[in-house]
Design a protein around this ligand. Structure first.
Ligand SMILES: C[S@@+](CC[C@H](N)C(=O)[O-])C[C@H]1O[C@@H](n2cnc3c(N)ncnc32)[C@H](O)[C@@H]1O
Length: 351
């Protein structure tokens, strides 16, 4: 007999899907999530997803994908929202819920996929951390675990500014604390990604899913994605390894053997690991870092509880991402906090 669906858990997941600051910025997704958490059918759809992917973003992306493919009701709604046309967001959210009720297969048929949002905004945080980790005369390798389409392997290609300058590639990031934006970035050698489902920016279906994982109200992210697709072939070569973090970590480290420092990065991917996998991954990195030139940068939800890191009671930080860093031979430390998409970064003072 199938396991009973945990609708309360699904309700809670819809309820906390967005950080409070994002709920304020994204009235359409806020209205839609409020309705999804009240709708039996939508609760059942989310509750039916395999545990490690039971993320409301999967449901939102499935609906967005249908809109991008021209669904007669969803396409005009999402199009208006993406283009900032005046929209009654409550009426729009009601219309989307009506589609979920009438055509649950629009969502159900996509639930085999994974949330694979590939967010370059996290590169703004990576740039700041890497300046701390790597001496300017050293070369570094970046090993991105849970790389999706590998966009953050190009972390050094994005200008970071406090204010929008009109360049679609610019990452707008507000810095708090002692964040170094002045030191030149180190030279990057190997760029290796690991993912059980690596996505290909050159493949139509993969590109569609990456777009669907973006939020329709954030036009700038769509423009940035299009700019990346137009340019990435002219950027340095990357290697994407198919497989789980633990299975491919040593292969990736091997490919990076020629660089002075090998920086293993996970940004919103350990969130999707099972608990035993997360523990084993942590131990593997501690072990590799103890005996060789391996550093670690983790940018993850506060729900990813690394050993020894206390939960925060600060409301803003709870909805943020925690930045944990370890240097070779040293224990991991909390480097700071950031917005989940890198809209702000807070560098804690150095001990
Ligand atoms: C939300 S995406 C984040 C992608 C990218 N790190 C970023 O920040 O833009 C999570 C990624 O983790 C990958 N992932 C899930 N489980 C994994 C595992 N066990 N090992 C490696 N990657 C995994 C997923 O396939 C997905 O591409």
């Amino acid at each position: 007999m199938a396991d009973e669906l945990d609708l309360d858990d699904a309700r809670r997941r819809y309820h906390f899907a967005l950080a409070p600051e994002d709920l304020d910025r994204l009235p359409f997704y806020a209205a839609l999530l409020a309705r999804l958490e009240d709708d039996e059918g939508a609760l059942g759809l989310l509750a039916s997803v395999r545990a490690e992917q039971r993320n409301p973003m999967l449901v939102l992306a499935a609906l967005h994908r249908a809109a991008l493919l021209g669904h007669p009701i969803l396409a005009p709604l999402y199009d208006a929202i993406r283009h900032d046309a005046p929209t009654d967001v409550d009426a729009a959210a009601d219309a989307v819920i009506a589609v979920v009720r009438a055509e649950p297969d629009v969502v159900r048929s996509q639930l085999w996929r994974s949330t694979q949002t590939n967010e370059p905004g996290r590169s703004a945080v990576l740039q700041a951390v890497v300046r701390d980790l790597v001496a300017p005369d050293e070369t570094m390798a970046v090993i991105d675990v849970g790389t999706s389409a590998g966009i953050n392997l190009f972390f050094d290609r994005f200008p970071v500014r406090a204010r929008d300058d009109g360049d679609p590639l610019t990452l707008v990031c507000e810095d708090e604390g002692d964040v170094d934006r002045a030191t030149p970035l180190p030279r990057v050698g190997a760029r290796v990604g690991i993912d059980p489902y690596p996505l290909d920016l050159g493949d139509d279906d993969d590109r569609l899913w990456l777009k669907a994982c973006l939020w329709p109200e954030e036009r700038r992210r769509h423009e940035r994605f299009d700019a990346i697709v137009a340019r990435y072939r002219a950027w340095p070569a990357t290697t994407l390894l198919k497989g789980d973090a633990l299975d491919r970590l040593d292969d990736a480290l091997e490919l990076a053997a020629n660089d002075d420092l090998r920086v293993v990065v996970n940004t919103w991917s350990a969130f999707y690991f099972s608990e035993p996998e997360r523990r084993a991954y942590y131990e593997a990195l501690r072990e590799r870092g103890a005996s060789s030139n391996v550093a670690w940068v983790s940018i993850e939800s506060t729900l990813v509880a690394w050993p020894g890191f206390e939960e925060t009671s600060d409301e803003r930080r709870r909805g943020a991402s925690q930045v944990v860093v370890s240097r070779p031979g040293e224990a991991p430390v909390r480097w700071g906090w950031c917005h989940p998409h890198g809209r702000w970064v807070e560098r804690l003072s150095r001990a």
